[in-house]
Design a protein around this ligand. Structure first.
Ligand code: HAM
Length: 416
């Protein structure tokens, strides 16, 4: 039997109903904050992701040549495509530009719970402003989204990648060596970071001080440990968040992020219940447009790992409205099938969801099917009733049945 490829899933009707419900909440929240949706291609020129995403992403890229010999890649994330789309189509629009997106991403990772090769991100970007207000707005949007989904247990951490980049530069790490070291620091793999730092000319004491910095976590007091302007910047971001009534994220100078393009504030949200793959959202400020042929423009954004956030909600026992079918229509005999279809048409035109027997089933089987699909009512169309322009309406919850004039059927179903 052919199965779906490793790391991918088929999303079946119940799961899709659940996903559309939560997607709607994210979409509404994005719109409440003034973001507008964009959609970009699922594959792009591979170079788009190779230029600045960093070693993590490049190693996981689904890259291929098309029949014309072009080097393409399935998108591993949607920030680089969003900025490419901005450079290509929106660079003259009034700024800041607030956009959001939802779609599949692909990474050749080792699949496990919460980690897939095809997964969905819901993300947003503010393009064209580099202010603490922008960062606060983005973080508020992300946190409000997670809250609106109804997730109870989650934790947000905010840092500033400028601090670590400066410290590394000060101890002699050249710019081209930084991505690999930052990647190790992101995962707190100090033993793997050390030989890279040593090779870059860093002494053991300096390395330990940097390791120590990445472990610095806490409240406002942490800001006192930062020497540069990043401290004041973070303070402002936190003050705008507080003004909006958003709970303060923890300050964590060890938030490095797995992608290489960040330049300023970085943040992550995690759901501890998820264990190893607990990061449900990541983001920060960056510049990419100049790499794609545009002017240098600062942006801030985030992406929520949609599959992970749904797993976290499931673990918390969150429920959402399921399938809804108002009426299942059954013709008691073949000669009244056209009338059954006429009634189905009338109900659907009037906004009632109606399904209909398509298999000339016997009444008992048709009833069983109506109950298995969760229909609220069954409408039984029989020749005797039809003589009085009536049908039999069965309430599938109470089991009660009554004869109803066809002219009153719509109101009967709608009113209950
Ligand atoms: P990222 O942290 O690489 O950031 O991914 C964002 C989120 O996608 C993660 O927090 C995680 O929840 C989810 N995710 C990542 N990989 C997988 C996977 N293999 N399976 C399931 N979920 C996964 C970005 O992609 C940036 N583009 C975010 C951003 C937007 N930064 C600025 N703007």
């Amino acid at each position: 039997m052919i199965q779906s490829p490793r790391g991918t899933r088929d999303l079946l009707p119940s799961e899709m109903e659940r996903r559309r419900f939560y997607e709607g909440i994210l979409r509404n929240t994005a719109q409440r904050y003034g973001f507008r949706e964009i959609q970009t291609p699922i594959f792009e020129e591979a170079e788009l992701f190779i230029l600045r995403s960093g070693p993590n992403i490049i190693n996981e890229l689904y890259a291929f040549k098309d029949k014309g010999g072009r080097d393409l890649a399935l998108r591993p994330e949607m920030t680089a495509p969003a900025i490419r789309a901005f450079v290509n189509n929106m660079s003259n629009d009034p700024k800041p530009i607030k956009i959001f997106y939802f779609g599949q991403c692909f990474r050749y990772e080792r699949p496990q719970s919460g980690r897939y090769r095809e997964f969905f991100q819901f993300g947003a970007e503010i393009i064209g402003t580099a202010t603490p207000q922008t960062d606060a707005e983005v973080i508020a949007t992300a946190l409000d989204m997670v809250k609106a989904l109804g997730l109870k247990e989650y934790k947000a951490r905010i840092g500033h990648i400028g601090v670590l980049r400066r410290e590394l530069a000060q101890v002699g790490v050249a710019a081209e060596k930084m991505p690999e070291i930052l990647q190790k620091l992101d995962k707190k793999l100090y033993e793997e970071a050390w030989p890279l730092m040593e090779a870059a000319g860093v002494g053991r004491e300096d390395a330990d001080a940097i390791f120590d910095l990445t472990g610095t976590v806490g409240g406002n007091e942490v800001l006192g440990r930062i020497s540069g302007g990043e401290s004041e910047y973070l303070r402002q971001v936190l003050s705008y968040l507080s003004a909006m009534g958003i709970d303060a994220p923890e300050i964590d100078l060890g938030v490095v992020r797995g992608l290489d393009y960040y330049t300023g504030v970085v943040f992550e949200i995690e759901a501890p219940a998820l264990g190893a793959e607990k990061q449900i959202c990541g983001g920060g400020s960056y510049t990419l447009s100049e790499l794609f042929g545009g002017e240098k423009v600062f942006s801030t954004g985030f992406a929520i790992g949609f599959d992970r956030v749904l797993l976290a909600l499931e673990k918390e026992g969150a429920s959402c409205p399921g399938r809804k079918i108002d009426a299942y229509i059954v013709a008691a005999s073949c000669d009244v099938t056209p009338k059954a279809f006429e009634i189905a048409g009338m109900l659907r035109r009037n906004g009632i969801s109606a399904d209909i027997d398509l298999a000339d089933r016997k009444m008992a089987k048709a009833m069983k099917h109506a109950s298995s699909i969760g229909s609220r009512y069954t409408v039984i169309v029989g020749s005797e009733d039809l003589k009085n322009d009536s049908v039999t309406l069965r309430d599938m919850t109470s089991g009660e049945q009554k004869t109803v004039k066809i002219s009153g059927l719509l109101a009967e179903i709608r009113d209950h």
